[in-house]
Design a protein around this ligand. Structure first.
Ligand SMILES: [Ca+2]
Ligand SMILES: [Ca+2]
Length: 261
């Protein structure tokens, strides 16, 4: 039996020796591969990355030089401008034309005229002052005899519409008569609802103006209105030139006035 055991042991040792050698050679190959990779990386750093970095640094230097050049150019322009100004001033001091006074008079007259025209334009530009802020709101325009702003893009419930008008220095609008209503009505889109500054929220059936608190005298109710439908209609809107009482929570476009009626 012994020789057989010896044989097996020998075979086993040879097997492990072969395995060991195989592993060693694999390790060697792996080392070679790693070394080649390292060399390659170093080469690429030297060739590529570094040259790229150098290029970038060079580029930065060029830009800096350009910036310095352009600063210098700007400075030169500025110096030239100042020099020109001085030259002009000197020339102006030395040379006063004979008709200088006459020309000055004409210029002053033109200026005065322009001032008058500006004042006239400003009178026509209807602006309202925001209380406490001292800012003028140029949104209001003259429509007929009224200073009006029509909100055509944003809808709000009645109280928020009222607040927007107040922020602009005005209040939700009312009309004194049919003529005013028609002038403003012509600027509205037919079929759309716009809030007016009229409510009977305080005393049912007594319509007050939102801004002044005065009793509203003029109405152009749509037929069958006001109907206070479901007992919930306390705010007045205008649709296609006619008035309707409706729920204040409804979202409508709205009309502000900058003047008091
Ligand atoms: Ca009502
Ligand atoms: Ca109604």
């Amino acid at each position: 039996m012994l020789p057989l055991l010896d044989y097996i042991a020998k075979q086993r040792d040879e097997f492990f020796l072969a395995l060991h050698n195989q592993t060693l050679s694999k390790l060697g190959a792996l080392e070679d591969k790693l070394q080649r990779m390292q060399i390659k990386m170093e080469e690429s750093i030297q060739d590529g990355a570094l040259s790229d970095l150098k290029e970038r640094v060079d580029g930065m230097e060029v830009k800096q030089v350009d910036a310095q050049k352009s600063n210098a150019a700007q400075l030169e322009v500025q110096i030239n401008l100042e020099k020109n100004q001085k030259d002009l001033l000197a020339a102006f001091k030395n040379y006063i034309p004979q008709d200088f006074a006459e020309r000055l008079g004409k210029i002053e007259a033109l200026e005065a005229k322009a001032g008058d025209q500006l004042a006239a334009v400003q009178r026509n530009l209807v602006i309202a002052k925001i209380p406490g802020e001292g800012i003028y709101n140029p949104k209001f325009e003259l429509i007929g005899s009224r200073k009006i702003y029509i909100e055509r893009y944003f809808k709000a419930d009645w109280s928020n519409a009222s607040r927007v008008c107040r922020t602009m220095g005005g209040s939700l609008a009312t009309f004194k008569n049919q003529e005013e209503l028609e002038a403003v009505g012509a600027e509205l889109t037919t079929g759309l609802n716009y809030w007016l500054g009229i409510t009977d929220h305080e005393v049912k059936g007594t319509y007050l103006h939102d801004g002044s608190g005065n009793t509203v005298e003029f109405f152009n109710w749509k037929s069958g209105q006001p109907n206070n439908y479901d007992g919930k209609e306390d705010c007045v809107e205008i649709i296609s030139g006619e008035m309707n009482d409706t729920n204040c929570a409804q979202f409508n476009f709205f009309i502000c006035q900058a003047d008091d009626v």
